[in-house]
Design a protein. Structure first.
Length: 101
């Protein structure tokens, strides 16, 4: 998962994950911040939009609810394709049942 997170930058100072002060965090409002920027605001405010908000550390192991946001796009599209095929198959079964009635 760490290699998939190399693109992350702080939304305030734009320091990339590999150069900024860790751990980076993601806020409820969807902003990513390094520790330097996070320490410059009154807690628990978002350094980007100054809204009062909770934040979760972006470090290994990533919290399960954050994993989908950091998966490679190819993996997400592949899973979505499988889900779509499953739904289509279920609809075919249902339609077949109704046509036989």
């Amino acid at each position: 998962m760490a290699s998939e997170m190399n693109w992350i930058t702080c939304n305030k100072c734009f320091a990339p994950l590999y150069r900024g002060k860790r751990p980076y965090v993601i806020t409820q409002c969807g902003h990513i911040s390094c520790q330097n920027c996070l320490q410059q605001v009154e807690q628990p405010q978002c350094p980007q939009c100054q809204r009062g908000t909770m934040s979760l550390a972006l470090e290994e192991p990533l919290k399960p609810r954050l994993i989908p946001y950091f998966q490679p796009l190819g993996e997400i599209l592949e899973m979505q394709s499988k889900v779509n095929m499953f739904w289509n198959n279920q609809m075919k079964i249902l339609m077949h049942h109704f046509t036989e009635l």
